[in-house]
Design a protein around this ligand. Structure first.
Ligand SMILES: [Zn+2]
Length: 87
């Protein structure tokens, strides 16, 4: 298990945090979210091994999809149960 000495967690006094690689699918909430793209991101996540607080950043391109609800060129999204690369 990867462990690193890091500054203190933002939620608890622990200094036990580690960085992992992740795949995260972000959905718009509610029924109206069903018509919006699901945004996939593949960040390095920093996890507090005491309380579970997790930190990661969303790349600008994918952030654009979340800000507008519209596909952005090059962003990996899913619409209506199929995964495709927007063009
Ligand atoms: Zn913590």
């Amino acid at each position: 298990m990867p462990t690193e000495r890091n500054p203190r967690c933002g939620s608890c006094p622990s200094e036990k945090q580690a960085t992992f690689e992740a795949e995260i699918a972000i959905h718009f909430p509610g029924l109206e979210g069903l018509d919006k793209p699901i945004v996939w991101v593949f960040p390095n996540v920093r996890i507090c091994l005491e309380c579970g607080r997790t930190e990661f950043s969303i790349p600008k391109r994918e952030l654009g999809v979340l800000a507008t609800g519209l596909p952005v060129e090059g962003a990996i999204i899913s619409i209506a149960h199929k995964t495709e690369k927007a063009s």
